[in-house]
Write a protein that binds this ligand. Sequence first.
Ligand code: FMN
Length: 211
Amino acid sequence: MSAEPRLFVGMAGGSGACYGRRLVRALVELGWGVDLCISRAAFEVLRHEEGLSLDPASPELERLFGPLPPERVRFYANERIDAPAASGSALRRGAVIVPCSMGTLARISWGFSSCLIERVGDVALKEGCPLVLVPREAPYSALHLENMLRLAHAGAVVLPASPGFYHRPRTIEDLVDHVVGKVLDRLRIEHRLFRRWGGGDPEPAEEAPRG
Ligand SMILES: Cc1cc2nc3c(=O)[nH]c(=O)nc-3n(C[C@H](O)[C@H](O)[C@H](O)COP(=O)(O)O)c2cc1C
C-alpha cells in the first residue's frame, strides 16, 4: 500500500492530450500518485496529435509519461466502473478531467455514469470533493455553455484550456504549463510551472535566446 496522496486524472477525447500528459508528470514529480483513465476517443486523439499508438486495455505508461516510480500511476480502463475512484469512500483528494470533451462534459452535467470517467465526475460532485474539468472547444454552443453553467452550479471548476500570455510564454510547453499550473492551483497544490504576476521572479530578458 503506497502512502502518497492520490488524485484521479481522466483523459477524455478533447484536443490537447498534452495537457493530461503534463499534469500526470507534474503530479508524479510533486510526489502524488495518480489513478489514470483514458477514454477510447482520447486514445484516438493521442494517435492523431502525438503519434502515439497505445493498447487501450493496457497502455505503456512510460511512453506517455517517461520513467515512473513503481505503482505511482495506476491505469484503469474506462469500462472499469469497479475502480477505487468510482466509490465515494475512496475518492478523497479529487479528480481532474483533462482534456474534457464536450461529450463527457455533457454527460457528467446530466448525471450520466456510463463509464469510469463519468462515474468519477458524478461521485466527486455528490461527495463535494474537488472536480476540475478542462474543456477544449471553439466556439462554444449554447448547449456547451449551459452544461458548463450547470456543472459550475453543482460545484465543479470549469477551467478551459485557454492559456494566458502575461507570463511571456516562449514555447508550447510554456503555454501547456500555464493551463496545468492553473489546475494545480485549484487543487491547492504548490508548483512552479509558471511565473506569477507580481511574484517577484526575475523578468525574462526580452531577446534572451532559449537554450
Ligand atoms: C483528433 C481529435 C480531436 C478532437 N477534438 C475535440 C475537441 O477539442 N473537443 C471535443 O469536445 N471533442 C473533440 N473530439 C471529438 C471527441 O473525441 C468525440 O466527441 C468523442 O466521442 C468523445 O468521447 P469521450 O467523451 O468518451 O472521450 C476530437 C476527436 C479527435 C479524433
